[in-house]
Design a binder for this molecule. Structure first.
Ligand SMILES: [Zn+2]
Length: 241
């Protein structure tokens, strides 16, 4: 397939002898406290509230059947722009939980939607880059949902994910409640891309929601400035305008 870059991302050499913290992910105390919490507060499905699982089969089936939006607006300077669904119903609930209810596992069904949609688009992309989150917000949330989505989609599409290629170096207040002009001003020059990682690449830029496109446009501008050949935008959902 032209433009497809297959690069192994396995770490080289022996595993580093780094002592994990007592509550590091996967450590026994962490797993025990997680199981104990599950006993006291049984998990419920982020889509329908059904108790005892975090994402049920019925919600998964519903999610898979949601069609993509009919109209996709062009968004300069991106070479293409697409979303897998309108931002409503089950997709909206799943994204909300992924972002605000500490549900990183929802990046799997949502990331699979991205990979499936990408297959139909037939864009000549060579790597996947998530919209970055500022270090302050990353510290609060513990993960960047756009990165989890990009990593899952890249794995499913056999593409390289480059989360380090784009950096949000200026802290921007939340975009929620701002109009398009205010959002554009808010994110202007907030991003910086690494020419060594991005030069000549045809980039698939991934985010969770497309609202006004201000963030995606600013990211695309930074990637092109760093020498990207082209930038395509793909989000799980798009706000209905
Ligand atoms: Zn459910």
């Amino acid at each position: 397939m032209p433009g497809l870059l297959l690069v192994s991302s396995f770490p080289s050499g022996a595993p580093q002898a780094r002592q994990p913290g007592i509550f590091a992910p996967g450590s026994l105390p962490r797993r025990l406290s997680a199981s104990l919490l599950d006993l006291i507060f049984p998990p419920s499905c982020a889509g329908c509230g059904r108790v005892d699982c975090r994402w049920c089969d019925r919600c998964q089936t519903d999610l898979e059947q949601i069609p993509p939006p009919q109209v996709v607006r062009p968004l300069p300077p991106l070479s293409g722009m697409a979303s897998t669904a309108v931002h409503e119903g089950k997709v909206q609930q799943a994204i909300w939980s992924l972002k605000y209810e500490n549900a990183p596992y929802l990046s799997q069904p949502l990331g699979d939607r991205l990979a499936n949609h990408l297959r139909r688009l037939d864009w000549p992309v060579s790597c996947v880059v998530p919209v970055p989150m500022h270090a302050h917000r990353l510290a609060e949330r513990g993960y960047n949902q756009a990165q989890l989505l990009a990593e899952r989609a890249a794995r499913q599409a056999a593409l390289t994910c480059r989360p380090d290629a784009l950096r949000r170096w200026r802290f921007t207040p939340s975009q929620v409640g701002l109009g398009r002009e205010a959002r554009l001003e808010n994110v202007k020059d907030a991003f910086e891309a690494d020419p060594a990682l991005i030069g000549g690449q045809s980039v698939l830029l991934v985010d969770d929601v497309y609202t006004t496109g201000a963030t995606l446009s600013a990211c695309a501008a930074a990637l092109l400035e760093a020498g990207a050949a082209a930038v395509y935008g793909l989000t799980v959902s798009a706000a209905r305008h």
